[in-house]
Ligand binder design. Structure first.
Ligand SMILES: [Zn+2]
Length: 319
């Protein structure tokens, strides 16, 4: 972006020093009410990178929406000293209003990128984001939580072949860094492939539930990232911390159905053979089944479901 040319986002133009909100058209409800997605744009006088922070790509993953709400409310973005920040706290407004990950036809926006202007609703939302915002950005951070009762320990996932993303992830400095390939047609994978744009995926907590630790780590990571890029002055020095870095992960699944209790949870290292959970027979007849960690590693996610079926994902172990 030339420093005196305007940043054009949907129906808004932003010159250096200008901030405001724009509405991206996102269709209409069957009742005829229009639906739009709100983006907040903050452009400093001083040139610098353009960073997008986005939440609610999955409509029921509320921690990211809260992290960005706090950033807006506490003027983290309004106080930038260089570059441009674009904030979309809630992309999938359909899912948010329906307490759902997906849009009403059951399609997943994060499996619909780069999208299509005449495709399914999820594909249209993805297309609107790709065309109006992603094309202008130098970096994006996409905020998620675990789905279906799975709790994710606060972590950044980045693509293994993306050096720029690794640098940004280290600047964000979350408790855990996971190098992992993003799913096909996800925002992270598609943006890197079609636009050369590095995307960090932040995961913290579980769907439809606040998690204070994940929210705190999310907002602290945003501050650290902006500060490291020369876009924000931090008021106080952060204590040094080395993230736990893992480059592979696998799920421990339920060997049988029943009532599940974890005895060790996310955020802790585990040793091979260590008991981490238990499955009970609801009638108390069959003996309890202990779940042992299959390897040395670090628990980066666990299932909070009380009732599980055979094969359900119970523990996500990074190593
Ligand atoms: Zn998600």
């Amino acid at each position: 972006m030339n420093e005196i040319s305007p940043l054009v986002v949907a129906n808004g133009e932003f010159y250096p020093g200008q901030s405001g909100t724009v509405e991206l058209v996102a269709g209409q409800l069957p009742s005829g009410n229009p639906v739009s997605i709100r983006a907040h744009v903050f452009r400093s006088y001083k040139p610098g990178p353009t960073i997008l922070f986005i939440g609610g790509v999955h409509g029921d993953e509320i921690n990211g929406v809260e992290i960005l709400r706090l950033g807006l409310r506490k003027n983290v973005f309004a106080n930038i000293t260089a570059g441009t920040v674009v904030v979309v706290p809630l992309l999938n407004v359909y899912g948010f209003n329906n307490f759902s990950r997906d849009v009403p036809d059951g399609k997943d926006v994060n499996r619909s990128f780069p999208g299509n202007a005449t495709g399914s609703l999820a594909s249209r939302i993805a297309h609107g984001l790709s065309k109006n915002l992603l094309a202008h950005c130098d970096l994006a951070v996409d905020f998620h939580t675990g789905g279906r009762g799975v709790f994710n320990y606060p972590q950044i996932r980045y693509s293994p072949d993306d050096e720029e993303a690794l640098q940004a992830a280290l600047q964000f400095n979350p408790p855990v860094l996971l190098s992992s390939k993003a799913p096909i047609k996800s925002l992270r994978r598609s943006a890197q492939k079609s636009l050369g744009l590095s995307v960090l995926t932040y995961e913290g907590g579980e769907n439809l539930r606040y998690d204070g630790h994940s929210i705190h780590e999310g907002i602290a990571g945003i501050r650290r990232l902006l500060s490291a890029r020369g876009m924000l002055n931090l008021l106080h020095e952060e204590p040094e911390r080395e993230p736990v870095q893992v480059s592979a992960s696998s799920w421990v699944r339920a060997g049988r159905a029943g009532l599940f209790q974890w005895t060790k949870r996310s955020g802790y290292p585990v040793r091979k053979g260590e008991p981490i959970g238990i499955i009970h027979d609801p009638h108390g007849v069959r003996p309890n089944k202990r779940i042992l960690s299959p390897r040395n590693g670090f628990i980066i996610g666990h299932n909070n479901a009380a009732v599980v079926s055979q094969g359900d994902a119970l523990f996500h172990i990074g190593y």
